[in-house]
Design a protein around this ligand. Structure first.
Ligand SMILES: [Ca+2]
Length: 141
């Protein structure tokens, strides 16, 4: 099953939608909780969830309310492996939402420093202090 987050202020939050047989649908918030949101967030490449929202926090979706009574343990790699009903009598006023934790900071790639790089200046200065002839810049993720 494929998921996405819709209508949030950034890619880490939004209304949870699932793709099934070519159609995007929403998730009923009955039984929607952090364990379920954790699975959704990890499916999207985030380390986990910050919050699980009910009552269409990110607005009502369109299409079918695709999943109901989602009962993840929290360790599943896909919401398809969780218990759920593939039908729901919810309306879109009960669409579930999620906010995901930001991806953890990983060792960042070092790029050659140059004066055009927006992140170069600080590092260039620092390297001058250290009397280095070259410096390295760190890209901001
Ligand atoms: Ca649940």
């Amino acid at each position: 099953m494929t998921v996405r987050l819709v209508n949030g202020s950034d890619s880490r939050r939004g209304r949870v939608e699932v793709l099934h047989l070519g159609n995007w649908g929403t998730v009923c918030d009955h039984a929607w909780d952090m364990r379920d949101a954790n699975v959704v967030c990890r499916m999207l490449g985030f380390p986990g969830a910050l919050a699980a929202y009910r009552d269409a926090k990110y607005g009502p979706g369109k299409g079918r309310v695709r999943l109901g009574d989602v009962g993840c343990k929290g360790s599943e790699t896909n919401i398809a492996f969780c218990a759920y009903k593939d039908y729901s009598d919810c309306t879109h006023s009960n669409d579930a939402g999620a906010a995901c934790r930001a991806a953890s900071v990983v060792p960042q790639p070092r790029i050659p420093c140059n004066r055009q790089s927006p992140f170069a200046k600080l590092f260039f200065k620092k390297s001058m202090i250290q009397r280095l002839s070259a410096c390295t810049c760190v890209t901001k993720l």
